[in-house]
Design a protein around this ligand. Structure first.
Ligand code: MN
Length: 358
């Protein structure tokens, strides 16, 4: 087999010799032969296809380590890997889009030329947390106050104190004056406090060192609800009779669904469906999703732990939220439904209605 010089191979692959040397150094495309004396690289004509594939994947923005993996796969598997990569990029972009929208909204409100003329709104709220029918203790925390709504689902040896500490750290927002122009900063500060509180509970080597919690909370500003979300507790919004899930689970199975490797039906019975990708706890990725929601009169929000969503079908949640006369009745009925379905996990619900102040 005739080997090509780097110059000839560069010309044939429409890549620069510089790029080829880089790919070699990174282990993405190893020359067929390197002259031990001169160090000259020689390539086999059969390597052209891989060289082009590397170039295309670089153009796609795929990280080098992942390109190396793709190049080692058979065509069919490589196709699946690229599909999964792109699905992940789109999911991440969606999360960043929400953050961008949050910032646009936040800065628009700071703009003095924007004035608001809407009627003052308030929240009516209720929270209920229950051990369920199977667990020995309740590691969930549910909280509803005049400005803060929160659900935390603790896990590990010290799961209950972890969830409670996280919510407690946020509760300062109830009394603290949160400047309207620094909502984002106030939320981030509160999250740092929550994380420190959770970390402060356990020292490495403790039984509790694996303890952590999900944290999904909404802060009321008088016209908006700012959402922070880490983990697999959820927020639903009932608006104009329709139910929307406005959080995205940070779980392994959700990312498999995003990547098209798992259907939602398969996920429902997946043995590792509660494995979290993000949480507040030692060694966990605690990057929050942040969103800002304009409140409208008649909106009804539900924050819940997975003890509700894994056993109560979305249709039933929708029906209860649409029919319950007030937040108290709604949380009681939802918790009741989870327990009627076996209550395999702790279950927590917070329901808040946006009403006109009066
Ligand atoms: Mn749970």
């Amino acid at each position: 087999m005739e080997l090509l010089t780097i110059g000839a191979f560069a010309k044939a692959s429409r890549l620069s010799p510089k790029a080829l040397r880089l790919y070699d150094e990174l282990g993405l495309l190893t020359p067929a032969r390197v002259d031990p004396d001169t160090g000259y690289r020689r390539y086999a004509p059969g390597q052209l296809e891989q060289a082009r594939l590397v170039a295309w994947l670089r153009r796609l923005g795929m990280p080098l380590a992942r390109i190396r993996r793709v190049c080692a796969l058979e065509a069919g598997e490589a196709a699946g890997e690229i599909r999964a990569y792109w699905a992940r990029v789109e999911a991440d972009t969606a999360a960043r889009r929400d953050l961008a929208a949050f910032l646009v909204d936040h800065l628009t409100r700071k703009d003095p030329t924007m004035s608001r003329t809407t009627a003052p709104l308030a929240l009516r709220h209720a929270a209920l947390s229950d051990t369920g029918r199977v667990r020995a203790s309740n590691q969930d925390t549910a909280y509803a106050g005049s400005r803060l709504l929160a659900v935390a689902d603790g896990y590990g040896g010290g799961g209950a104190p972890a969830g409670a500490a996280a919510v407690d750290a946020l509760r300062r927002l109830e009394t603290e004056t949160v400047p309207a122009d620094d909502l984002l900063g106030a939320l981030e500060d509160a999250l740092v406090r929550a994380e420190q509180a959770v970390h402060g509970l356990a020292s490495p080597g403790d039984d509790d060192a694996d303890a952590g919690t999900t944290l999904t909370a909404m802060l009321w500003t008088g016209s908006q609800l700012a959402l922070v979300h880490i983990g697999d507790s959820r927020v639903h919004l009932l608006r104009d009779g329709e139910l929307f899930q406005i959080t995205h689970d940070h779980t392994v199975v959700q990312s498999l669904i995003d990547e098209g490797r798992l259907t939602p039906e398969e996920a429902a019975s997946h043995p590792q469906r509660s494995l979290l990708l993000r949480a507040l706890g030692r060694g966990a990725d605690s990057t929050p999703d942040l969103r800002l929601h304009d409140a409208r009169t008649g909106d009804r929000y539900l924050l819940c732990s997975d003890g509700l969503s894994t056993v109560v079908p979305a249709g039933d949640i929708h029906r209860v939220l649409a029919e319950a006369p007030g937040p108290e009745a709604a949380v009681r009925e939802l918790v009741g439904l989870a327990n009627a379905s076996g209550g395999p996990d702790n279950v927590s619900c917070v329901v808040a209605d946006v009403v006109e102040q009066g």
